[in-house]
Every structure is written in C-alpha cells, then in structure tokens.
Design a protein. Sequence first.
Lengths: 376, 309, 276
Amino acid sequence: MASVRLEGVRKRFGTVEVVHGVDLAIADGEFVVFVGPSGCGKSTLLRMIAGLEDISAGDLFIGDKRMNALSPKERGIAMVFQSYALYPHMTVYQNMAFGLEIAKSSKDDIDAAVRRAAGILELTPLLDRLPKQLSGGQRQRVAIGRAIVRKPKVFLFDEPLSNLDAALRVQMRVEIAKLHDDMGVTMIYVTHDQVEAMTLADKIVVLNDGRIEQVGAPLTLYHHPDNLFVAGFIGSPRMNFLETRVAEVSPEGVGVDLPGGGRVVAPVDAQAISPGAPVTLGIRPEHLTLGGGDAGLTGRIEVVEQLGEAFLLHVRLADRTLFTAKLPGDSRLSAGAEVRLGVKGAFCHVFDADGQAMSRRDGSAPPASAVTSSSH
Amino acid sequence: MAKPVSSELTRARVRSAWIFLAPMLGVLALVAGWPLIRTIFFSFTDATLANLTDYRFIGFDNFLEYYEGEWYGVMADPTWWRAVYNTVWFTVVSVSIELVLGMIVALTLNTAFPGRGMLRAAILIPWAIPTIVSAKMWGWMLHDQFGVLNDILMTLGIISAPVAWTASPETALWAVVMVDVWKTTPFMALLILAALQMLPSDCYEAAKVDGIHPVKVFFKVTLPLIKPALMVAIIFRGLDALRIFDLVYVLTSSARDTMSMSVYARQQLVDFQDVGAGSAASTLLFMIIAVLVLITIMTARVRLGEDER
Amino acid sequence: MRSSLAARTGFWLLILAIVVFAVFPFYYAILSSFRSGPALFSTAIWPDSLDLQNYVSVFRDQPFERNILNSVIVAVSVVGISLFLGVTAAFALGRISFRGRGLLLLTILSVSMFPQVAVLSGMFELVRALGIYNSPWALILSNLILTLPFTVWVLTTFMRALPRELEEAAYVDGATPWTVVRRIFLPLMWPAMVTTGLLAFIAAWNEFLFALTFTLSSEQRTVPVAIALLSGATQFELPWGNIMAASVIVTVPVVFLVLIFQRRIVSGLTAGAVKG
C-alpha cells in the first residue's frame, strides 16, 4: 500500500502537449477518481502512473520512491483495462496466474492466491473456462481478479465499466466499492461517468484539457464547484447558467435581479465584486421549484420529460436562455405552457467574469431545511 | 528540471525491437543486399561465369561502348530493346485484361448466390498451380498439332487451319498473355473483392431508394470508392509482370519474339557465360523497377505516414 | 431480387464461363495424364481412358521422387526460417515505435518487389563461395529473398491488428517484451502464421529461376525445374504424357491445401497487398 504523488507532470506527443503540469497528492488507501470529458488527458495520466506511457516532464512518486524511469512491474501497480484485455488463449485460472508465474512464485503460492481471488469474486466455478466463454461482467471480474492476485500497492482502473450494460454497471460499481473497503488499497479510477465518480470516490479529480480543474470530495464538488466547468460537469442534468449583472452587494451576499421579476441574494463572499459587474448565476435543476422561492423565472415550456420518479421541464426564458428544472413526481404540465420557476438564494452559485466561483459561505451544504422546502 | 527520461518499459521495448530485428535484417542483407551490390559491381567488370574471381573493370562498357565506329554493350543490342518492348507490352496488356476480368469476377463473387463458396474455390485453382505447371499445361493445350484449343476452334469453325500459338511471332506473346491472365486474374479478383466487401452498404441502399441505375451506381459510387485498392493491385501486378521470367522461359523458350528482360539477363549470364553483360541487364531492370517503386512510395508515403503514430 | 429470366440466365452463364475458364486447363491436364501412347493425341474433352502408364514412367525415367523430396525440403526449410525470423521482426515493426521504423518497412516492401534476376550474379558468386552450388542449401538461401520480406510484411499487418491493451496488460503483469512475444502473441498469431506459412510455402514450391540456375544434376533439381526440363526418348518430341502426369502429381496436394485453407489464404493475400 502506498501514497501516490504527482509533481508538475506533463505529457507531450511530439509537439502537442496533452497534459500540462499536474500536481496531485493521493493518500494511502484513498479511492481517487479521475473524471472529465473525453480527450481531457485522464487516461493518459493514468497510463503515466502505470508506466505504460513515458512522463515528458515532472515527477511521479509511489510511496516515497520516484518512479519515472521504472517499468510497470517495478511500480507495484495493477491495472484493469476498459476492454478487459484478458489473454484469449488462456483459461481464467491461467489469466490470473500469469503475473505470479512470471514473477516465479511457487506453484502452491500461485494456486492459493488465484483461489483466494476467485473466491472473493465468485469466479471459482469458472476457473477452467476461456474468456470467450464468459459474459461481459464475468470477464470484468476476471480482469479485476488478475489485478488482485498481484497484491498491488496501487490499483488502477481505466474506464472498467464502460463496456457493460447499465444494470451490470451498477452491480459492478457496488462490487468495486466493496473491494476497496475490504482491501483498503489505494485505487485510481478513470471514468467519464460522473455517477461512478460520485458514488465511488473519496476524492474526485476533475480534468479538462490536460489540466486539473478541481480536486475534492464528491459533495464538495457538487456544492462548492470552483468554476463554471466543474459546476457544469458535476451534476445531471447539468447546472443552469444565467448571464447577468450584480444588482447589489451586501453582507448577506450578492444580489441579482431575475428576468421573471424579483431579486435573489446568493450567500457568497462578495468582497471582490461591485454592483454592475457581469456575473454568471448558476442553479441546479433539482433546486428549482414550481412557483414559490425568493424570486422567479418565467418562461415557456418547450419539452417535458417524464423520468418516473421525477420530471424535467425544459423552459425557454424571455432572454432565450434554456433552463432545465427537475421536479419530483408526475407532471401535468405540457409543452407551450407558461410557467414560473422559483429560485432560492441559498441554492445559487455565482461565478465572476473569469468563470471562477465566488466562495459560498455556509460551510458545506445549504441548510437542510432549505433542501426539504424545495421538494414540494 | 531533469531531462525527460523514458521509462524502463520504453527503453526495454526499443532495445528488444532491435534485437528482434537483427537476425532478420542480417539474413536480408546476406540474401538481398549483398548479392544486389555484387551484381551492380559485376556490371562494371568483364567477369565470366566460368571464372568469377578473375575480372577487370571496364567502366560502362557493358552498358554502352563505342569501339572502332560501332556501338557495343547491352544498350546497343537490338535484342535487349526487343526484350524491353516485349516486357512493357506484356505488362500493359496483361494487367489491363486482368483488371477487367478480375473486376467482373469480383463483382460476380460479391453478389449472393448459391454456390458462391464453390466459385471462389474454383478461381483459386489457377492461382495455386505452379507457374511452370501452368505453362506446360497451356503449352499442351496450345500445341499446334495435338492441342485441344486448335481442335475446339476448328470444330467451331473459328479458324480453318491449326495455329502454332507459341511458335509463330504474331501469336507467341499473346499466348504468354493468355496464360498469365489465366493464372493471375484470381489474385486480382480477390483483391478487388476484398475492397468491394469493405464498402459501406448504406450508400448502395440509398442509391437503390433513389432509383439510380446499377450501371451508373457502379461508375459513380463503386469505382471511385475502390480506386485506392485498385491502384495497389495494379502496382503490385505491374511490378510483378515486369520481372516475368518462368512463364516466358518455359512456354516459348528463349525465342526473341517473346523474350522478357529477365530472360535476356539470364541468357547473357548463364547461356553466354557473360556475367558482365548479364549483370548490366539485371542492373538496368533493377533500376527501372526501383524508379517505379520509388515513385509509388513517394505518392503513397503520405498515406503511410498518416497511420503511423 | 426481381429480375428477368434473361438476366438470370446471363448471370448463370457468366458463372459457368468463369468456372470453365478457371478449371478447364487443370481438368484437361488430368485427362491427358491418363492417356498414353496414341490415346494421348485424342482431343476429346471427356474422360475416355484411365491409363496409369505416364505415372509409372515419370518416376522411372528420372529421379522424380528425389525432385519432390528436394522441393519439400527446400520449401519447408524456407518457410520455417522465414516464420521464425519474421514473427519476432513483425513484433518489432508492428508494435514498437522507434526511429527508422517507417524506412525499414519501406525497405522490406521494396525488397519484396525486387526482380529476382537482379541478384542472380551476386547470388551465384555467394553460392559458389559458400560451396553450396548444386545443393538444396543454395535454394534455401536464395529462396529467402522471396519469402522473408513477404512473411515479415504480412505478419506485421496481422500483428498490428492485435489489441494494444493485451500487450500492456502483460507488461503490467511483469512480462518482458520477449515474454510477451512468446507467451501472448505467438499463441494468438498461430492462424496468421499458418496462413503466411502456406503462402510462403507456395511461393517457394513454385520458385523456378534460382532452382534452374543453381542446380546442375537432375538429382538436385526441384519439381518445377524437373518438369520444365523433362525430356523424352527423342530430343525433339516432348513427353507430354509424362509432363502432364508430373504436373498433376505436384499440383494436386497444393490445390487441396488451397481449397482447405481458402478462407485463410484470401485473408493473407489481401493483408499482404491491400495494406501496402
């Protein structure tokens, strides 16, 4: 088991730099998820940690040892690939034993390790099968088993669930979480699926365009996104944004006038801003209400999407901005109707002209009372 | 900051790449590089086959030499120029015919009908038969007295008297073309078929929905799409045809009417024991093909460069 | 498909024409091989004789079994050497990016386009210097120029098609590049090796120019040379019956191989050419 530390890590392919200096510390036993849109460099970063990709500049430490020049096997890592990468000509047993065999472990040690891993992952009855005789979920378990057997200090996952169907994905997600609890080993997990990120991670690293946008616990990212990118990336449906100007600055926060009439005061630290400055107001779809609130937004419903436990309203505001509201229960509204969406100041995020969030004052989450009052 | 260090894995891989390549490159240098260099070297000497160690340099005399009012050397030999003409004519005609026939066979094989696998197997037979054997088989079929082809053609009334296909100057080169077409059309057809099968089916369905005539679809959609593959097939076959030896040698022996460049070079080298002249002819053929290969590579380079990471 | 009777008839006539065109010469060679004496000069296109005389005399008049053995020895050795050297080289060329790789690939492709005659005098000197003139060794050596570049090229295209993650998983498992080749790629490359080996075998089996030039005695000849130089009782009358019998003997196994492996062969041929 070991901590992982990246200092100014860069990656260039020829003249193109795809990772621009990443600094990151991962504690021993932590479950860290790299998340970001495709092409953001998250897989490249993982592959650099694995030793499959050279590090163009900067340092990588696992434990306290600098790893830049070491081969994958010397780094004490194990990796689970998106395509599973099982050796097609070997049985499940042989697949899991391969690493130990190369390390010249004794036959008994190999057998014990393979059987133990197979027991954990419920693969025991499948040990003599070939990969092509397995289902997708079983293959994924073999890939994980192959990694467990090596007793790695750091476990790397490269989008391991994206080839599975939705139901299996949820099941495997739970199994991976359980595995982490049982083994307590450091895990680094790459995904583009924010649900996986939110549910699995102790700490999420949001990457965009080869840079870290924000590092934090899942709920920190949800409630206190540092900037527009993170605010828009974490949460589904994504946060609504409204381009506007500061109407008032008070000790309570920043006041903004809404197109539908009324003013909301977002409880943010407003020392650095003055009235009239352009800002972006952000509010999550699930924090909007039908009517009520401190102030309102009026618009025409374009589409209603029923999700069963909730419904989504896509509302075109007077200034042409499209807002999405997620509301509980069934909707009796239909497209074309005028509607007023209620906004509570406590839920609002404010971003300055550079897209940086102004820090929200109230600790971690909005008051619990506010959350309950929003759901009626 | 420290210079970027490639990891042990990268270094191990690059190191092993060269270790893995070394034996192959060594053998290739021994069987291709060295003999080629020696051949070019010999083309500037007066070496003979009987005594390869005793020679002197004679410059370009094997290629072209002016001596007492007369031109000598391979490039002054009308037989050589006849061989060049024959080879080029053979290449152009046979590759053209193979292209057309190959296209027809490929289009046929590309339609679904019962027995398609059998047809594909049948066209592989000519390809599998050794060239020498095909030459002999056709030589027998084209025999002037007992050949089945003359018999069939006379029965059908197409010809009135037996034709000495491989012996008479007017037909000999055509006979070579005929056998080559028979033998290599399958290769052409399979390459074209592979290209056809990679075409997206949706644009055909779109054309069908739009009611476009199949012939027009062929010329407007199919042909442009398989053009790159066709070019590759033509280049491969063309370069192959330029070095033709065994078919000509066996079917029509060393007759002047059909002699190819390779046959000429070997005749100088082995039959006339003139290593200098033979090497000069070989070198000329090599140059011709090398130039063509270079042109091909120059034009294809762009493509090759693209898919390299 | 709704098509007129005329169109369908035309289509089947076309198929018939292709089949006749492809198969008839070989069929006629088989017919002729069973005709001897005066019957040989029959031009009937239906079987009318089953005389094994030609098959007997082809082995009696020259050491044909020895020629077949030579061909087998040469072709098998050449294929073995080419595959062994080719598969490691293909791993390097197909999966590792290093400086000069593109140039190497082009060189190998160019060598496979070489006119054989361009190396003939140099090869002759080499063969003499090594003291292997008029022996199978000369042919094994010289045939490598045909099969080795081809083998490397085709195996490289197959090697490239294998997923990258497989190799990476093995590195993470602690494998060295040599282990990866031996334990992961070699087992997976078997089908490709069979295909490539078969194509190389056919190329070596059919080779004529080197075999003609580097052998002298009829005991050292390979099959193609033996058939080409088959002569009869009189110098001017070719023993067509024997030639046809010999042709059938050496062709039938190859045709069977090709028919059994036809799918593989088609993929190998196109991998070698289309990717170029």
